[in-house]
Design a protein. Structure first.
Length: 134
């Protein structure tokens, strides 16, 4: 990872989120690795500090990892923070993904409805199918 430049290490967030489904320890490893690498790079890549998509992705990955560790309320809080950013950026797909994650964790009818409404814009996608079943 030493040769990775700028924000290419975002893949670490994707790995953390993916492993959160089946291997919380490995998910935590990638999330911590991302955080450590970013701290080391912040001074070098100052423009990344205000990278809102990266911040939202980090909230989503953190939410997934926390939930996989049984810290559901903290995970939902992180996902909700990501959702605010995705909405502000008008990243509909990412907002719908995050809303689905929240609905799965809370099992709240209101959160499920929000996930379905957001995913409806992507009719026929795996996201819309999963949102219909939440």
């Amino acid at each position: 990872w030493a040769g990775v430049v700028a924000d290419e290490n975002r893949i670490q967030l994707d790995l953390a989120e993916a492993y959160a489904r089946n291997d919380p320890a490995l998910a935590r490893y990638w999330l911590d690795r991302f955080s450590r690498d970013c701290v080391e790079r912040e001074s070098t890549f100052a423009g990344i500090v205000n990278d809102h998509p990266r911040t939202a992705a980090q909230h989503d990955a953190t939410g997934a990892v926390l939930a996989s560790e049984g810290r559901i309320a903290e995970g939902v809080t992180k996902h909700r923070a990501a959702l605010v950013i995705w909405d502000g950026l008008q990243f509909g797909w990412r907002a719908a993904r995050t809303a689905l994650a929240i609905a799965r964790l809370t099992r709240s009818p209101g959160d499920a409805s929000s996930a379905r409404e957001r995913a409806a814009a992507f009719r026929g996608s795996w996201l819309a199918r999963r949102a219909r079943n939440v």
